[in-house]
Ligand binder design. Structure first.
Ligand code: KPL
Length: 299
């Protein structure tokens, strides 16, 4: 069975597109859904509506686990469940940002841990409805040595969805690319309470984006040996702002719902890395502090 841990929009998207008789969700002991069936309407990319029924499954029966919890919940959720999951079951991490993937790989270095970076767009306007809002691509790569041997098998399983998937040997590079875009968009939209496209008109965004990209270029060079210019990073961010102009970013959505944000795994991660590497990150720090003030529950 394919298990889904974390029944938010992304988890429900994968669950809806995988063969119904092969997928179930792994409940979290503390979660409100614990032990209950999950029913929702899935709106496909072509606008068709499908009723989806997901039953809870036991960890012992899981042959691939897709972990779609929020970054801040991932380690704790897995700590509860990992002891009962078979040792050879690939664990596929779909978290935003960086930091949570490394923590999981460090906690279980002998297990097949993989990370995914996806641009599939899914949202959940009401608890009972999930919309596949935009087709994207998903890259999958190893976070531990035994994860490397599972990449092709997991790809085969996930390709049953019909979505576009690729193997990526250096998944951290992909995660960095996404982190850069999220760090340059999400906190600004949360602080300014605006859709992504409005950033181009914002004096606050214009004031800080250049320095933010200079901080990130130094961090990327020190951490990954890639030489990306601040101008290149700014261009990438601008490009996504334009392409997703009407979107509410995931961080703004979290703030609007009074939920903890993923700031600790996006700009907060960059602040921590800067401290470790001796690279000053005042703009990342400012954005992290301001977002934390908006979301009293985040750590
Ligand atoms: O991934 C996103 C997010 O909201 O987290 C972006 C690319 C900013 C699109 O909204």
């Amino acid at each position: 069975m394919i298990g889904i841990l974390g029944a938010g929009a992304l988890g429900r998207l994968w669950a809806a597109l995988l063969p119904a008789d092969q997928v179930g969700y792994l409940s979290r002991p503390e979660a409100s859904l614990s032990g209950q069936d999950v029913d929702y309407i899935f709106e496909s990319i072509s606008g068709e509506e499908h009723p989806i029924h997901l039953s809870p499954i036991t960890p012992e029966t899981i042959s691939v686990l897709l972990v779609t919890t929020k970054a801040g919940d991932t380690l704790t959720a897995l700590q509860h469940r990992m002891p009962a999951i078979p040792l050879r079951t690939p664990i596929v991490l779909f978290q935003n940002g960086l930091g949570s993937q490394q923590s999981v790989a460090e906690a279980w270095p002998d297990r097949p841990i993989l990370a995914a970076s996806t641009t599939e767009g899914a949202n959940r306007p009401t608890p009972e409805r999930v919309i596949h809002a935009g087709l994207g691509k998903t890259w999958l790569g190893p976070m531990t040595p035994s994860g490397r041997q599972c990449v092709e098998d997991v790809l085969r399983v996930l390709k049953q969805t019909g979505l576009e998937l690729h193997a990526e040997e250096n998944i951290l590079t992909r995660l960095w690319d996404k982190l850069i875009v999220n760090a340059g968009i999400n906190p600004f939209t949360a602080i300014l309470d605006c859709p992504n496209g409005d950033l181009l008109e914002s004096a606050f965004f214009q004031k800080h984006i250049g320095a933010l990209c200079r901080e990130m270029a130094l961090l990327v060079a020190a951490e990954t040996d890639r030489d990306l210019s601040p101008e290149d990073l700014q261009e990438r961010i601008r490009d996504v702002v334009i392409r997703t102009a009407r979107n509410t970013s995931s961080m703004r959505a979290d703030v609007l719902r009074g939920k903890p944000t993923e700031i600790d795994f996006i700009n907060g991660y960059l602040v921590g890395l800067g401290k470790k590497l001796g690279i000053p990150t005042p703009v990342n720090q400012l954005l992290t502090e301001q977002v934390k003030q908006l979301s009293p529950h985040s750590e």
